[in-house]
Write a protein that binds this ligand. Structure first.
Ligand code: SF4
Ligand code: SF4
Length: 426
């Protein structure tokens, strides 16, 4: 197996590109809250240069600032040499985690995520505990090695649906009349936490004339990658590359912005010339995020949805994939929608995977700013196509008392499908 993304000592040249201008301070959500140089890209890069030169050991001391970064890429957008601080941070996390990864995290990343049956069983047990034994559920969550020790609010916002998406789709009659065949990559969070969003995706794709084949995929690998476990990320990526190469269809669609972004980045997990990279490129070239795919198709006939709607850009959609206009265009296609642009729409909401659990206080400060902006739009509905953002924003609406519904883009489009409207009115 080839080499994954580099360790921190391999990226010294990239670290040296920083000219210390400080432009990255303007938009770093973490720095805006902490005001600490150690939180911003310039601080991260200086610290990593010191570890590469041997002045600073890559030890426990460095853990907190290293894992404080949201990997949102806002700094890269402001940085004259466009340094990808998120990649530098992952390289450092990989170096750090190589010798310090906890057994439990290793077990989750290497075994549970790679075996859907185990993951499904774990999700079912956790969901049942959340619904019936909240205290036990909270205690179990606290075993997670990356959880903020003082954190006790997870039960309040973690969704626990009784049936998962794949189970629902297995019972559903599949449309075989579509003019275009596509494969649907089912992300873990959509499957186990937001099955309504996933069902909506399939309905919307079918309404657009697609025959949808549900892919036999596992976790995309982004969680272990983000924590610096590149080996686990590659194992998961290889499983998916095999499954997706076998999937028929002109495109591989996913409704999770984070999965889409990471699937497109699969080739980066291997070096040039590695055969695994060529296979990853073939798969990555077919991946389309849902709005990216739908925006390129003829508009479907839609019924009105009378609502004030705004849109939050997930970092993995806008900055990672450059998909900004497509979801807005799709929202505007819905008759009756009064679309209002969200101030700082592309600022991270603080969800960032499990950031809300690992850095709870900071995540809440970042979220409060986001919720204030949402409230200022007067929106009744916030649309966003990322499960982590949906979870975070729903929690924010409750915590900060903002009367707004948070839904996936596919759910808004599904509400506008003519037959659904007719059924709802009957
Ligand atoms: S990736 Fe985001 S959180 Fe991390 S340093 Fe850059 S702007 Fe700050
Ligand atoms: S904007 Fe880029 S070059 Fe300037 S200080 Fe920040 S990381 Fe360094």
């Amino acid at each position: 197996m080839g080499k994954a993304s580099p360790l921190v000592e391999d990226i010294a040249d990239e670290l040296d590109k920083c000219n210390r201008c400080g432009f990255c301070q303007t938009r770093c959500p973490v720095y805006r809250m902490t005001g600490r140089e150690s939180s911003v890209a310039r601080g991260h890069l200086a610290r990593l240069r010191a570890t590469v030169s041997g002045e600073l050991p890559l030890d426990e001391e460095i853990r907190e600032p290293l894992f404080e970064c949201l990997m949102c890429r806002a700094c890269t957008a402001e940085c004259p040499p466009a340094i990808q601080t998120d990649r530098a941070v992952v390289a450092a996390r990989a170096s750090y985690s190589a010798e310090r990864q906890s057994l439990l995290q290793r077990l989750i990343f290497r075994t549970v995520l790679a075996h859907p049956r185990l993951l499904r069983m774990g999700a079912r047990v956790l969901g049942w505990l959340k619904r019936t034994r909240l205290t036990v559920f909270s205690k179990l969550l606290r075993l997670l090695p990356w959880l903020d020790r003082g954190y006790s609010e997870a039960p309040a916002w973690m969704p626990a649906p009784k049936t998962f998406l794949r189970e629902r789709l297995a019972r559903r009659a599949r449309s075989q009349t579509g003019e275009r065949r596509v494969a649907y990559f089912v992300g873990c969070a959509i499957d186990y936490a937001f099955p309504d969003a996933g069902e909506s995706t399939v309905e919307v794709l079918e309404a657009a004339g697609c025959e949808v084949e549900v892919a036999d995929n596992v976790c995309c690998g982004l969680p272990p990658y983000s924590y610096g476990d590149l080996e686990s990320a590659r194992v998961l990526a290889q499983k998916n590359i095999l499954a997706l190469a076998a999937a028929e269809g002109e495109a591989i669609i996913t409704d999770c912005a984070s999965c889409a972004s990471f699937l497109k980045d699969y080739p980066e997990l291997w070096e040039e010339g590695d055969p695994a990279r060529a296979a990853a490129e073939e798969v990555a070239g077919r991946v389309k995020e849902l709005s990216e795919f739908l925006a390129g198709m003829d508009p479907t006939a839609l019924e009105p949805v009378e609502a004030v709607v705004t849109f939050h850009d997930p970092c993995h959609l806008g900055r990672y994939q450059g998909i900004v206009e497509e979801p807005r265009e799709l929202i505007r296609r819905v008759p009756g929608v009064d679309f209002r642009e969200l101030p700082e729409a592309d600022w991270c909401c603080g969800g960032a995977g499990s950031y809300s659990m690992s850095h709870h206080d900071l995540a809440m400060q970042i979220l409060e700013r986001k919720m204030r902006n949402i409230a200022a739009t007067g929106a009744q509905i916030v649309v966003t196509p990322c499960p982590a953002c949906i979870m975070q924003l729903r929690y924010g609406a409750e915590k900060f008392g903002v009367d707004v519904e948070v839904i996936h883009l596919a759910e808004l489009l599904r509400r506008a499908l003519p037959e659904r409207t007719a059924a709802a009115h009957s």
